[in-house]
Design a protein around this ligand. Sequence first.
Ligand code: BG6
Length: 532
Amino acid sequence: MDVGDKNPIREVQPAVVKSEAPDLGIPPEACLIEGHAEPCTVVIVGASGDLTQRKLVPALFNLYLNAGLPQPFLIVGCGRTELGDRGFRDKMKKGVSAAPQRLDSKWGEFAKSLFYRSIDYGDLPSFSALAGYLKEKDEEHGTGGNRIFYLAVPPSLYKDVAHVIGRSGLAVENENGNGWSRIVVEKPFGRDLGTAIDLDRSLHDHFEEHQIFRMDHYLAKETVQNILMFRFANAIFEPIWNRRYIDHVAITAAETLGVEHRAGYYEQAGVLRDMFQNHMMQLLALTAMEPPSLFEADRVRDEKVKVYRALRPFPVEKIQEYLEVGQYGPGTINEKAVKGYRDEPGVNGDSLVPTFAMMKVFLDNWRWQGVPFYLCSGKRLARKLTEIAIQFKQVPHSMFRQTLGEHITANRLSIGIYPDEKIILTFQTKNPGARLCLRSVTMDFEYNQNYKGPILDSYEKALIDCILGDQMLFWRQDGVELCWAFLTPILEECETCRERQAMLLPYAAGSCGPGLPGKGEGFDRLMESMRS
Ligand code: BG6
């Protein structure tokens, strides 16, 4: 395998062969919603914050434009800031204008379903008053007492907010004028195994498992959902999807963004908690899991959990052979000079928090024994790229060795998650001409090819699934705990070992990741060092 093959943040080769499927003439709405969405109210706790304006309300508005919301439907924003209905609507309008959507005459109509209440998080009287207010709104609009509580507050407030929602009677289902009641929490779910269990207990004090939606936006990405369709709706990949044919799997989530305005959170999290405990583990499970007997939330999640159970305990005593961590320094991104991590506002000047990690993991089961999975994620890298690369083994015997030598580049299947929403199969063909030589070519499929309907972004998909009560794309607690159980010893070792400072490899913003002292630079070197 040459360097170009290994570098996951390389430029994608141009398409050589393109498939052309017939346009099936599916009406645009056909793939949008399955099942019957019941009237409901989405209560956003923390609605004056950034997430509501940037993601949640634009997502709900887009669903509305695509006839994806039930009717009647209400949004009640709650936050500490005094805004009032008018102020909330104006603020949300700004958010929607910044999003790539049509802010046409429909906004006025949509905005009528937006309301705002000032609230004190963790304060029971505040939430009891909210309960009364929601009841009035139900009677006025016919929303049937069905409610989703979306916690758009810092994770440190999840327990308190869930507690007062419960104490004010809002978690109870089908009683006192309530219909169904659901709570959405976004990752991180705790900061280690102990805190994750503790958070879960608090949620379960008032909510049952079917009411809890643990959100990981990666799961709702179209291209991530497609992994199971690709693997299990085609007969040709599964027979070779195992240790006999696959050399290794590399799962990459590279970003050009830095820590932005989230230093307070990131300084406590670092890349392992921020990306590995959740998104990377989900991509790993989807790539490695067995086919469930039915495409149904619990059967799919059962299979994922089996993957997490098969994770080989991490050899913390040999941590440096299995894990590389780094931190970005100053550099250039898109021709603009950017600060190093330690110079970002809110970051400690001698912070040892990693912004890059690459980890080698194994799954101890029949299918994957001996196949390394490389998980790599980092901020301020050369390009944004999320992909899963399945690297097949070389041919067992080269009949061309007299002319071409032994080495023939092995096949590779890249499942592009973002921004290249593509599946690319690399294979060898004869180069045209008299001389015998091979060349690597690709067969490309673009995810949106031959599809003209609306596309749901991850928040839209997650919100509609929550309205429909479908937990397929949400974490189940056993998965959360198994992933924490795997990562917690690694985090403890990283954060307490004597070599902590020396382990943290610097890399320039805009580069391909850390170099190794005396061994050159970049991700390829890291991969090389782990493979040797
Ligand atoms: C979030 C992390 O969960 O995912 C961020 O907290 C990260 O730090 C983001 O930037 C990446 O998501 P995406 O969809 O841009 O790959």
